[in-house]
Each structure stands twice: as C-alpha cells, then as structure tokens.
Design a binder for this molecule. Structure first.
Ligand code: NAP
Ligand code: MG
Length: 398
C-alpha cells in the first residue's frame, strides 16, 4: 500500500520523560506505516533545551509561525529539583509559556469522550471546551519581595514622558507586590479566536472574569469581548443559533457544574490554567484532554493537556511495566495531521486522522484500555501496558 504523501512539514516538538517514550511509539506503530511523515524536528527535551540555552524552544515556536501547524510533546518545566536532577545551567522557563508568548492566541482544551467512562459530574452529557487566554497576566508578571516598610507605586510613563502614578500600598513592614499587564491587541485576538472557534465548532460561548472586583483590568476584558461581539459576531451567532453569554467567574463555576456541557468556556490565563485541570479530571482523566493553541493569524500548535507523567517514567526506568494512556498525545498528532490536511487540501490525510481516532476510541469502547481509564470504566476492562494499548489500536487500524 502506498503511503499517504504530505506537502508541508509539520513542526514536531519532541519532549520529556514518559510522553517522549509514547511519542516515539505513536510514530512507529500508528503513523509511519501509513504516512510519508514530513516533519521539521525540534528536540525540546530538557537536555537539549539546556544545551541550546533554550534557543531550540524559541526556534520551534518561530517554525510553528512559519509553517502553520505544530505538534508538541509534553515537556518538563524546570523547578529547583529539576535543576539538580538534570544539572541545568539555569532554571529555564516553561516551554509552553515561551511558545505561547511567541504565538499569542488562545488555548482550547476539549475532552475526548468515550462510552463507558462517565464524567464525575453526572449531568455533563457533552464536552465542555475550555478556552484559555495564553498571553500575559501572572505568566508575564513582575514580582518584588518587599523587604520592609516603604511605599509601592504603580507608575506609567507615556511616550511624551507624562507620568501617572498611584500608590499600591504603604507597607508598614515586609510583604510582596506584583505587577501584571495585558494588551488590547492580545485580548482582542483572544476574543476573536473564541468567537471564531465557537462558530467553527458550532457551540455557544461563555466568558467570565472577576470584573466586579477588578473594575479596570478584568472589566476591560469584558468590554472588549462585548464590543467585538456587537460589532462583528452578533449576526453570525444569531444565524447559527448560537449565543454569547458573559457572567462573573464564580457564578460561571456554579453554572458549569449544573450544566449538561456542550459549550465553550473562555477564561483569562490563570483561571483557564486552574479550571482546565478541574474540567479534565471531572471528565474522567487528564490523559483524555486535548489542547490546541490557536494564534490570531491561524497558526496551530497541538498537544496533550497533561504533563510528562514523571512517576510512570521512573517506573519505566526501573524496568517495570507502565500503563500510561497515550490518547491525548495521539490526538495531538491526529489534530495536527488533520489540520495540515485541511490547509494543504489532502483529504486522504484528514481521513487517516479520523480513522486513527476512531480506532483508538473503538479500542477503549471495546474494553481495552490503560489503568487510569479502567478505574473509571463502567464494564469489564482489560488493562494493558502503554505499549499494549498502542498495539491494540494499531491492530484495529490495520
Ligand atoms: P502529569 O505529568 O500530568 O501527571 C500527573 C499525574 O496524572 C500522573 O502521575 C498520573 O497519575 C496522571 N496522568 C497524567 N497523564 C497521564 C497519562 N497520560 N496516563 C496515565 N496517567 C496520567 O503532571 P505532573 O506530574 O504534575 O508533572 C510532570 C512534569 O510534567 C513536570 O515536570 C511538569 O513541569 C510537566 N508538565 C508539562 C506540561 C506540558 O508540557 N504541557 C503540562 C503539565 C506539566 P498516577 O501517577 O496516579 O498514575
Ligand atoms: Mg496547569
């Protein structure tokens, strides 16, 4: 059988630990036998990031902007313990943070639903897609450890040298202070990608912030969304029978839990970080959550929402068998291949991505799965190893 040909390469961002192992197995067992896989390969494994002084991360993000579609493996975000473990030159920044800062845009996370694994929230019947603003706020903050009494001020100097200054706090003793920012440009493109994505996937859009407390910062997000909706999207939403709904973030949390799902929930950067783990876990497993970063200019970076599954990797290093779920990493590949197929008009490549996804869902619905899912499965599950799971999918696919 002739392999499916590609036109433009995918930007491939390899990663760390257990997911790096799954990465290689996915390619070997499910992709390379069928696709003449063209990729621009970047090794974002921690050793190579350290060797290149993290230049490889920047290069990979620029390649994603250039080629339009990237697929990324989970990577270690170094902390003090990792600096020691890997003898790092320094505590390199989160690769995802670096990539998001370069690509801008919005991260959409959607759970993979399979029959037999029911959400913890009984009334959730449909996926909840979480849209996380991927720029600024606490991820690009400036922090200061206030050593003792003194005045902290918020100062802005405009282009003409005009200074506006406000007191943040008159410290009587030591404390902490933090400066955050965002830009109209980034918030607008966040809003735009949310409205656009809602129309693409035909789902209602919810947005929430803490505008009652943060009367300028959060309120500005609310205003930008409202204005863009009024001026550019209201008609298209009405035509599609969709709605845009704004509510306070705490009210939204309560409503989300009581809902039956089936909408996009847009959140600021930090809220999205926290809530996406809650949503992923409540839908069953972190290992079933997919993630795509969509830039305002239509470039895409696909990945799993979970990390490098360190505990499983240590087991693997000890020579023990692991049962790590590769679904989200696999769906990152299929998402990227399908998007590449759409952009390059390769229907065969799109159809292949559909088939791989179907084979993997059929495998689980047929009762064959990794340990994390077996714990949640309503029925008789056959627990297989990390590799056994991919072999079972490969068999179905063949
Ligand atoms: P994690 O890798 O997501 O794993 C947390 C736990 O969730 C695992 O120990 C495992 O539970 C379960 N789990 C996650 N993915 C799974 C899968 N595919 N199959 C089965 N179980 C799965 O998070 P972490 O342990 O907090 O972080 C590990 C490393 O990943 C860190 O260095 C962190 O910096 C990095 N990280 C990277 C990204 C990214 O690149 N996008 C995101 C988050 C974290 P059990 O052990 O109970 O089986
Ligand atoms: Mg997180």
């Amino acid at each position: 059988m002739a392999k499916i040909q590609m036109k433009t390469p995918l930007v491939e961002m390899d990663g760390d630990e257990m997911t790096r192992i799954l990465w290689a197995m996915i390619k070997e067992k499910l992709l390379l036998p069928y696709v003449d896989l063209k990729t621009e390969y970047y090794d974002l494994g921690l050793e190579n990031r350290d060797r290149t002084n993290d230049q490889v991360t920047v290069d990979s993000a620029n390649a994603a902007l250039q080629y339009g579609v990237a697929v990324k493996c989970a990577t270690i975000t170094p902390n003090a313990q990792r600096v020691e473990e890997y003898h790092l030159k320094q505590m390199w920044k989160s690769p995802n943070g670096t990539i998001r800062a370069i690509m801008d845009g919005t991260v959409f996370r959607a759970p993979i639903l399979v029959k037999g694994v029911e959400p913890f929230v009984r009334n959730w019947k449909k996926p909840i897609i979480l849209a996380r603003h991927a720029y600024g706020d606490v991820y690009k903050d400036t922090e200061y450890r206030v050593p003792g009494a003194g005045k902290a001020e918020l100062r802005f100097t405009d282009e003409n040298g005009q200074v506006t200054s406000q007191t943040i706090m008159d410290f009587k003793g030591s404390g902490i202070v933090q400066g955050l920012y965002n830009t109209d440009e980034s918030i607008t493109s966040f809003a735009r990608s949310c409205f656009q994505y809602a129309l693409d996937v035909h789902q209602d859009l919810w947005f929430s912030t803490k505008d009652t407390i943060s009367k300028i910062y959060d309120h500005h997000f609310k205003d930008i969304f409202a204005e863009l909706y009024e001026t550019e999207y209201k008609e298209a939403f009405a035509k599609a029978g969709l709605s845009y709904f704004y509510t306070l973030v705490d009210d939204a949390v309560a409503r989300v839990i009581r809902s039956e799902g089936g909408f996009i929930w847009a959140l600021k950067n930090y809220d999205g970080d926290v809530m996406s783990d809650m949503i992923a876990t409540a839908f069953g497993s972190l290992a079933m959550m997919t993630s795509v970063l969509v830039s305002p200019h239509g470039q895409y970076e696909y990945e799993a929402a979970h990390g490098t599954v360190t505990q499983h990797y240590y087991k693997h290093l000890r020579g023990e068998e692991t049962s790590t779920n590769s679904m989200a990493t696999l769906f990152a590949w299929t998402g990227a291949l399908r998007k590449r197929g759409e952009l390059d008009q390769l229907p065969e490549l799109c159809a292949f991505a559909d088939k791989v996804e179907k084979a993997s869902i059929d495998t689980i619905e047929g009762g064959v799965m990794t340990k994390d899912l077996a714990l949640l499965y309503n029925g008789q599950a056959k627990v297989v190893s990390s590799e056994g799971f991919l072999d079972a999918i490969a068999q179905k696919l063949a």
